[in-house]
Design a protein around this ligand. Structure first.
Ligand SMILES: O=C(O)Cc1cc(O)ccc1O
Ligand SMILES: [Fe+2]
Length: 453
């Protein structure tokens, strides 16, 4: 936290926040269209008898056909070969750490505060598929209810294999190393402090241009991410729609052996095929992957007194059927001014009916002086007490409340969910946990004095 150089600090990152070689279409949830060859999209219809260039039309549905128009999502892909041209699926045995259903009693359940030290990136060459580890989750994708939290690590690029999830939409939060992602819709370069959303069913391959890479992944088994309503904030602010970027069509026409790894009801399956799945020459629709740079988040907060609930930092929300209650909110704790007077400024002590999974992209988090480190994580489950650690408290009650900067150079985030999470066996092992986490709060000074108000 510092109050220096605020007058001259450049607050907005400008156009070069994260240089990126690819072209995008801008907007959130638009009906996009993109063509890698001139006039490859059929005009005025989706399924002509023969599509331009002899392509095949294939629809990818993100919602039931019958969902109301305002939330209906689908895209039409015009491809060299329909994606059904693959050989039979069989179980993929190489990565047993991806877990799907969280209903069995073998998962670990605990109301304890949990902190994980930064997750190791394996030294042997693993790609995104084999480096994926499920940390925990709730519910069951078979009944489209719940979510999973995963950690991904990769030390090499995926080689002629693609991944997709039939179980839900995935929100990727890179923490170390850029992800160069090829999708059926085109390419996305996603750097730390950017996020990407790749929806249910979309095939993608991850390359790691910076070598060993790590990040977080949230998978929601129902619904889609949307921008939160702004209410009294007005028409602008938080994540603005035009800062979301969706890829442009690119295709290859390659006959070579490819493997499609499909996450299906929590297990991995693989099927081979004799061609690249990235043969989509043109596409149109509103069901498409996107990325967003967190530096463009327009922060709103208290400019008078008191600590505002972190819902004001919601980047994306996946709504549940209960009004105002999310399957998951993706919330960030971005650099900003803090000016509240007469206020205990750090995140308050609380017990929440929602569960809070947090990660750190870089820097240090405003509520924790201890070992909450980039690439690590914490979980404060439903009604589990938590709040700032002792050192943060001591500073907060004693400090001079000048206007200042909070979280400069840092970016923490939270997946906040209405569900209660169960941990996988992998996540519950003590070697990767900070078993001393509870000590963070044990030395909070007791300052009660009935004689002094
Ligand atoms: O627990 C946390 O650190 C996250 C959090 C931050 C905040 O500013 C208010 C509530 C909250 O849960
Ligand atoms: Fe919290």
């Amino acid at each position: 936290m510092s109050s220096s150089s605020t007058a001259t600090a450049q607050i907005h990152p400008g156009p070069n926040a994260a240089p990126d070689p690819y072209e995008y279409q801008s907007g959130f949830g638009n009906h996009f269209s993109s063509s890698a060859l001139p006039n490859a999209l059929p005009v005025g219809q989706n399924t002509p008898q023969v599509c331009p260039y002899g392509l095949y039309a294939e629809q990818l549905s993100g919602t039931a056909f019958t969902v109301g128009r305002s939330s209906n999502q689908r895209s039409w892909l015009y491809r060299i070969r329909p994606s059904v041209m693959h050989r039979p699926f069989s179980r993929y045995q190489e990565n047993p750490f991806v877990v799907g259903a969280f209903t069995d009693q073998t998962s670990t359940v605990t109301p304890a505060q949990i902190r994980w030290l930064p997750f190791d990136i394996p030294e042997n060459a693993v790609d995104f598929v084999d480096g994926l580890r499920t940390l925990g989750g709730a519910g069951d994708p078979a009944v489209k209810n719940g979510l999973a939290v995963h950690i991904y690590t990769a030390s090499r690029s995926m080689d002629r294999r693609a991944f997709c999830s039939s179980d839900g939409d995935m929100l990727l939060v890179p923490q170390q190393g850029r992800l160069d992602i090829t999708t059926e819709f085109g390419k996305l370069m996603v750097a730390p402090n950017e996020i990407a959303v790749i929806q249910r069913g979309m095939r993608f391959s991850v390359s790691v241009p910076d070598g060993p890479s790590r990040g977080y992944m949230l998978e929601v088994f129902d619904g889609h991410f949307e921008l939160p309503d702004l209410g009294p904030i007005g028409a602008n602010g938080l994540a603005n729609p035009r800062d979301f970027q969706t890829p442009t069509a690119q295709y290859v026409n390659q006959i070579e052996e490819w493997t499609i790894v499909n996450k299906f009801q929590g297990s991995l399956f693989a099927a081979t095929q004799n061609h690249s799945p990235y043969d989509v020459v043109a596409w149109h629709g509103n069901y498409a992957p996107y990325k967003y740079n967190l530096a463009y988040f327009n922060v709103v907060g208290s400019v008078s007194f008191d600590h505002i609930d972190p819902s004001v930092f919601t980047v994306l929300t996946c709504k549940s059927a209960h009004p105002g209650t999310a399957v998951a909110d993706f919330v960030i704790f971005p650099p900003r001014f803090e000016v509240q007077m007469g206020t205990f400024r750090p995140p308050y002590f609380h017990r929440n009916c929602m569960s809070e999974f947090m990660g750190l992209i870089h820097g240090s988090y405003e509520a924790k002086r201890g070992k909450f480190l980039p690439g690590g994580a914490s979980l404060h489950s439903t009604m589990t007490p938590h709040g700032p650690d002792s050192a943060t408290v001591e500073n907060a009650v004693a400090r001079d409340l000048q206007p200042g900067r909070v979280a400069d150079g840092t970016q923490a985030f939270m997946f906040e969910t209405m569900f209660q999470l169960r941990l996988t066996e992998w996540a519950a092992q003590s070697q990767i946990q900070d078993t001393d986490y509870y000590k963070a709060w044990q030395t909070i000074p007791v300052t009660f004095n009935p004689d002094k108000i």
